[in-house]
Design a protein around this ligand. Structure first.
Ligand SMILES: Cc1ncc(COP(=O)(O)O)c(C=O)c1O
Length: 403
């Protein structure tokens, strides 16, 4: 056991300690790191007392505002009652959450597995698809992001997120439904959604012809808020199901109201076989959730266990968050406010050639910033815009590593 001496803390700044003691890969935004000490509603404050509008929602996580009183109260109440059980024992907080989620999930999706992050939720979904179908290969999308486990890095579709190459085999990357830079050089709608039809070709040529499924973000988030055309998921789900696979919708960013519907996939008129959630589901406390039907869930053998999955405090936070989303009709609000935001950003686009594209659904809106002739400039334009937003307007935003 370390003695008490080693647990002393110094007065060195939080940013300096971060730089000195965390892995160097844990980088922060901005040339001058921002140290956040407090949050309330839409705003956060730094260690010098400056207030910022959090346009990033704490990484699309703080879905109903920082330190929302109903969530805080639920956390405190549960922390004073029972903090930990593991999934080896039933606990009312977890069971109430599971019942509430089953009540709002689409179709026959009535079973959930809770974990601690989006990475784990996606990992569980792929495991489930492989065990249920007996097939191994999984179609994923270029520009996609699934997290930072070995499997998630292999599934992700961008070099900066693949630290160890493709350490888990079995993923094939289909082209992204990226209309602004169509990989097939076509234009929607005259393209007849050729990118979606290409998934069939990928299955026929890059796999054994039988797949475990497709894992796809409903809007490709970290890859630049790439919004697929309305017909996309219907076509893709059909192709994958014909090849024996499951349609896994990653709703880690799009779930729970952010896009103007409770789930992003509702914009597409197709019900997934498996859905994954995290981020906004518990308003900033760590959670991951994989949802599916009873039949698919039953394919995993007993003794699948998680120490912290379904933690009572996190479950209480999630239930309080989802109740506020429902009670205050925040999905409808995201649709209305999102339309206003989108129109305003389009107006800016007309004035500033730097804004190449404006895209998103509901309050999940992004700008693609470019140089002349749509040339991307990931190193300077987007980080500079984020820094200016911080300095000039006190607004926190996010720059995708790719764009
Ligand atoms: C779409 C998507 N899936 C999965 C993940 C991984 O989630 P986590 O960082 O909670 O592991 C992320 C994280 O940004 C994500 O955006």
């Amino acid at each position: 056991m370390p003695d008490r001496e080693t647990l002393k803390t110094t007065t060195m700044s939080a940013a300096e300690k971060h730089r000195r003691y965390l892995f160097p890969c844990v980088t922060t935004y901005y040339e001058q790191p921002l140290t956040l000490v407090r949050g309330e509603g839409l705003h956060v404050w730094d260690d010098a007392g400056r207030k910022y509008l959090d346009c990033f929602g704490g990484v699309l996580t703080v879905s109903i505002g920082h330190c929302h009183p109903e969530v805080t109260e639920a956390i405190v109440r549960q922390a004073q009652t029972l903090v930990h059980t593991s999934t080896l024992y039933a606990n009312p907080a977890l069971s109430d959450l599971a019942e509430a989620i089953a009540g709002v999930l689409p179709g026959d999706l009535k079973r959930i597995f809770l974990s601690n992050s989006g990475t784990e939720a996606d990992e569980t979904a792929v495991l489930l698809a492989r065990v249920y179908t007996g097939a191994q290969e999984v179609v994923v999308l270029r520009y996609g992001y699934s997290g930072r486990s070995m499997m998630a890095m292999a599934a992700s579709g961008q070099a900066p997120w693949k630290q160890a190459g493709n350490p888990v085999p079995g993923f094939v990357h289909a082209i992204a439904p990226y209309c602004y830079r169509c990989p097939l050089k076509l234009t929607y709608p005259s393209c007849e959604v050729a990118c979606a039809k290409d998934v069939d070709e990928v299955i026929q040529t890059a796999t054994s012809g039988r797949v475990a499924g497709i894992l796809a973000e409903v809007i490709i988030g970290s890859g630049g808020f790439i919004v697929p055309p309305r017909e996309y998921f219907q076509i893709v789900a059909d192709s994958v199901r014909r090849a024996g696979g499951l349609f896994i919708a990653d709703e880690v960013q799009t779930g729970w109201g952010r896009t103007g519907r409770m789930f992003g996939i509702e914009h597409y008129g197709v019900t997934p076989d498996v859905m994954t959630f995290a981020k906004g589901m518990a308003n900033g406390t760590p959670i991951g959730c994989t949802a599916t039907t009873g039949a698919i869930a039953a394919s995993l053998r007993p003794l699948s266990f998680s120490t912290f999955g379904g933690n009572p405090v996190t479950s209480a936070a999630a239930l309080a968050t989802l109740r506020v989303i429902q009670k205050e009709r925040l999905a409808d609000n995201a649709r209305v406010q999102g339309e206003r935001l989108h129109a305003g950003l389009r107006e800016l686009q007309r004035r500033y050639p730097l804004i190449g594209d404006v895209r998103g659904l509901g309050l999940m809106q992004g700008l693609e910033l470019v140089k002349e002739n749509k040339v991307p400039d990931p190193q300077s334009v987007a980080p500079a815009a984020c820094s200016s937003a911080r300095e000039a307007c006190g607004a926190m935003s996010c720059a995708s590593p790719r764009l």
